[in-house]
Design a protein around this ligand. Structure first.
Ligand SMILES: NC(=O)c1ccc[n+]([C@@H]2O[C@H](COP(=O)([O-])OP(=O)(O)OC[C@H]3O[C@@H](n4cnc5c(N)ncnc54)[C@H](OP(=O)(O)O)[C@@H]3O)[C@@H](O)[C@H]2O)c1
Length: 343
């Protein structure tokens, strides 16, 4: 295949840095890599393969043509610049919330709904789902497609890195202050100080008491599975973990479920690592994840009070599985399906 002209918007952020690392070791041939960020980072030098790339400020950009542009700079930047790149024939792969529910924008997890990118969308934009959604649908895919689901109830435990590099800094500074007996610095990225705390709010709270993150999980899961009536409800919680999302997920099926069958389905699901007696002991935790490219599932158990109920514990790296890796896999699928060339 020919080498591609690739742009990364938000190249200096937490997701952008992961994407550069993954692209570097991927088999994708790159003829030109353009790294864009805010004015603050203009002139920064970042290494890619054997070259040094100079970061350019996005608002200086006139030429928005590339084969692929990955956007990881927040919804406002994607809303303003995504369509400009797409109009020039660039395939935009967007990590923000800007276009996910747009009917002309595929919301894609390549292991779950690859057919959504069978042809190039008219919008020339493909959306990466929210990080908690990606790991959830990857773990649930074999269960949701095998059994009739009555409802899904989950709680997420989301790390500081979900709010980018500044979120990680805020947690570390807050922890240092607390350990020195000083007052916590004021919370900026989180609604309250996160160090040594647990905050039952991720994103703004709507008038019905549900947070934006909880709404995203429901709507995006329904769109990806093509199940508009899937009954799913969530509480999203921010925890003082640096990186790695966890979720306790309860599934209730229409019929009783056999644990052995669930083990079989999860153990053979590509990209899912099952922790179960006789397969792999113990359970995954975000700090000690061994393989950051897969979704880890443990604590799988049938509800002793209800044979139709099943609990699972799902952990994945939100910066990789939940963002950069999914975006890269979308790019690989676009290349394989020959949908890179624009209008
Ligand atoms: N963190 C996660 O786990 C995660 C997971 C899934 C999706 N996402 C999404 O990915 C995006 C990036 O998240 P992140 O965690 O990487 O955030 P981050 O660490 O704060 O990085 C933000 C990036 O965007 C750039 N940027 C900010 N404002 C800009 C502007 N006006 N013009 C051009 N560039 C601008 C920043 O450049 P400077 O360095 O110059 O400021 C930086 O490169 C967000 O949309 C987020 O919702 C994040």
């Amino acid at each position: 295949m020919r080498a591609l002209d690739i742009t990364i918007v938000g190249a200096t952020g937490a997701v952008g840095a992961e994407l550069i690392k993954l692209l570097e070791t991927s088999q994708i041939p790159v003829s030109q890599l353009r790294l864009l960020a805010s004015r603050t980072s203009g002139g920064r030098r970042l290494r890619f393969r054997d070259e040094i790339c100079i970061v350019e400020p996005l608002d200086n950009i006139v030429d928005t043509k590339a084969d692929i542009a990955f956007f990881s700079a927040g919804g406002a930047v994607s809303t303003e610049y995504g369509p400009l790149f797409a109009a020039q024939g660039t395939l935009v792969i967007d990590n923000s919330n800007a276009f996910r529910m747009n009917p002309d924008v595929p919301l894609l997890v390549p292991q779950v709904n690859p057919n959504a990118l069978a042809s190039r969308p008219h919008s020339s934009i493909v959306a990466n789902p929210n990080c908690s959604t990606i790991q959830l649908v990857r773990a649930l895919r074999p269960l949701v497609t095998t059994f009739a689901v009555r409802q899904i109830i989950l709680t997420t435990y989301q790390p500081a890195s979900g709010k980018g590099l500044k979120g990680i800094d805020e947690l570390l500074q807050g922890a240092r202050s607390a350990l020195r007996g000083r007052a916590s610095p004021s919370a900026e990225r989180f609604p309250l100080p996160l160090a040594f705390n647990v905050i039952p709010q991720v994103g703004k709270i709507a008038s019905n008491g549900i947070t934006l993150e909880e709404i995203k999980l429901v709507n995006e899961s329904r769109k990806i599975f093509g199940l508009p009536h899937l009954r799913l409800t969530a509480t999203c919680v921010r925890v003082p973990v640096i990186n790695g999302h966890s979720a306790a997920v309860y599934l209730e099926f229409e019929e009783p479920v056999r644990l052995e069958r669930v083990h079989e389905l999860l153990a053979t699901e590509p990209g899912v690592r099952l922790y179960a007696s006789g397969i792999r002991e113990a359970y995954p935790t975000p700090r000690l994840l061994q393989d950051r490219a897969v979704v880890h599932v443990g604590r799988v158990r049938v509800n002793s009070e209800n044979p139709c109920g099943l609990w699972i514990w799902v952990v994945a790296d939100n910066l990789q599985v939940g963002a950069a890796l999914n975006a890269l896999l979308i790019a690989k699928l676009a290349i394989a399906n020959n949908v890179i060339c624009g209008p």
